[in-house]
Ligand binder design. Structure first.
Ligand code: FNR
Length: 377
């Protein structure tokens, strides 16, 4: 007879396989518009700088990351997850991108699945690795997950909407804030609190700050949609929650100005979306869904080439808008339109100021830049 525990563990592994399959299906749909389309850079045709002058390094807490992009938490715990994590880890090792695991909870409950997480460290011994657990877990689970991956940081995910839609999900959320506080206290590495695609509001970020969280990934809507994924698994009982939550654009506009380290993810489709999130104040930008299909269907080499293409284009886009570093994007002029504008108006956010930020930096110095070449003279 199969014990209840064993059944729960094998169904957890089946759930991880479902997540990969259904998230990959979402990626195969034509990429739709999302609130990143409501954000536009005001184009200044003489602000461009040399690509060679761009330095993509960014500071997140005490760390310096070589590029402002990271592979966000996705998977672990099943056969396909092992394959996906190996590809992602090899690509992270070659490109220098920080990488998060999917929720390690399954491996803490069932150590036979640990290898599908350990592969992330084995393939990338020197890289920046983040372990991941849910906020509903006991406080010591964070450190146990960190130990398993020898991780540099812990991602702690808040997923109340996903749990609600999951037939087997939790129905008890009242202790989560205390749980976050206890996990921060019990974990030896910095804790990054993240959503899973429904956004972190100003109120939530303020609460997190109060319990000692210094780094948060707003992970908003408009990309991988766990209401739709879990709804598909559970017979569509909560199909109407498909548009619940806030986009990363809305979250970044709404975030308290003094939150120490904001990260953004959710709905990033291409390097221009990365640039926009950085320009709205994110220190770095997480990507999950867009790297899932190449990790699932391609080789580690083709995934690496895809990530290198993102990084190179991001460098070119910085030069195009005249930002030598991600931090310099803070003085680009951004037009907030459409649904994002309506959100900002309803929340009392000054978007006129964001459209005129370049005024503080004045006009570029004409003597700067390289010598003109022969033809230009
Ligand atoms: C996720 N995500 C996620 N997040 C988390 O904190 N723990 C997890 O275990 C998972 N699992 C997971 C599986 C799969 C297959 C995907 C695609 C995503 C959520 C992820 O980190 C991110 O917050 C959202 O996917 C939004 O980003 P994208 O996909 O729009 O770039």
């Amino acid at each position: 007879m199969v014990s209840e525990d064993a059944q729960a563990h094998s169904s957890a592994a089946a759930r991880k396989e479902d997540h990969i399959r259904l998230a990959a299906d979402q990626r195969r749909e034509t990429p739709g518009r999302n609130e990143f389309d409501d954000l536009e850079f005001l184009h200044h045709a003489l602000d461009g700088i040399d690509v060679a002058a761009v330095n993509l390094a960014t500071r997140v807490g005490e760390w310096s990351w070589p590029v402002p992009i990271y592979i966000n938490g996705m998977t672990g715990g099943a056969d396909t997850a092992m394959r996906v994590n190996r590809s992602l880890a090899i690509a992270a090792q070659v490109t220098g991108l920080p990488m998060a695991s999917g929720s390690v909870g399954i491996a803490l409950d069932d150590p036979s699945t640990a290898a599908s997480f350990r592969v992330i460290r084995e393939e990338n011994p020197e890289g920046f690795v983040m372990a991941n657990v849910g906020a509903g877990r006991p406080a010591d689970h964070g450190q146990r997950a960190v130990d398993l991956l020898e991780a540099n940081a812990l991602q702690l995910h808040l997923n109340v909407v996903q749990e609600t839609v999951m037939p087997e999900g939790s129905r008890e959320f009242s202790s989560w804030l205390r749980g976050v506080e206890a996990t921060v206290a019990a974990t030896e590495v910095p804790v990054i609190v993240k959503e899973v695609g429904f956004g972190l509001s100003r109120r939530t970020l303020t609460q997190l700050r109060e319990v000692g969280v210094q780094i948060a990934d707003v992970s908003g809507s408009g990309g991988t949609n766990f209401a739709r994924i879990e709804s598909a698994r559970g017979g569509d009982a909560f199909g109407y929650l498909g548009s619940f939550g806030q986009s990363a654009v809305a979250c970044l506009l709404d975030a308290p100005a003094d939150f120490p380290n904001l990260l953004a993810s959710g709905g990033i489709r291409h390097p221009l979306d990365v640039l926009k999130a950085l320009a709205l104040g994110a220190r770095a930008v997480g990507i999950a869904g867009p790297f899932l299909l190449p990790a699932l269907e391609g080789t580690a080499e083709s995934l690496t080439a895809e990530i290198q293409r993102w990084v190179e284009q991001l460098r070119q886009l910085h030069a195009m808008v005249g930002a030598a570093t991600p931090a310099e994007l803070a003085t680009t002029d951004l037009l907030v339109r459409g649904g994002a504008r309506e959100f900002a108006t309803l929340r009392g956010i000054d978007i006129a100021g964001i459209a005129r930020r370049s005024e503080v930096r004045g006009l570029p110095d004409r003597s700067a830049g390289g010598p003109l070449n022969q033809e230009e003279r």
